[in-house]
Design a protein around this ligand. Structure first.
Ligand SMILES: [Zn+2]
Length: 74
């Protein structure tokens, strides 16, 4: 799904999180419901293939006071 990313500043591919990522997001954000958060898949570092991972909601580009990136798994 192509949605606007507040970090990348343009439309980029987003996807819903896996169950593991949802668990991580709940822990990171202290939220009970994260099923409607979309993850930015834009590759921000071509060399490592690192992706943006900024979270947004379907209807809101900025659901948080400042942009939040899902942290990598521990
Ligand atoms: Zn992004």
């Amino acid at each position: 799904m192509t949605l606007l990313c507040s970090t990348c500043g343009g439309p980029h591919q987003h996807r819903l999180m896996t169950p593991q990522e949802q668990a991580r997001a709940k822990q990171q954000l202290g939220l009970r419901a994260v099923y409607d958060l979309w993850l930015c898949e834009n590759v921000v570092d071509a060399e490592s293939g690192r992706r943006c991972r900024t979270l947004r909601r379907w209807g809101r580009t900025n659901p948080f006071p400042s942009p939040v990136k899902l942290l990598p798994p521990e």
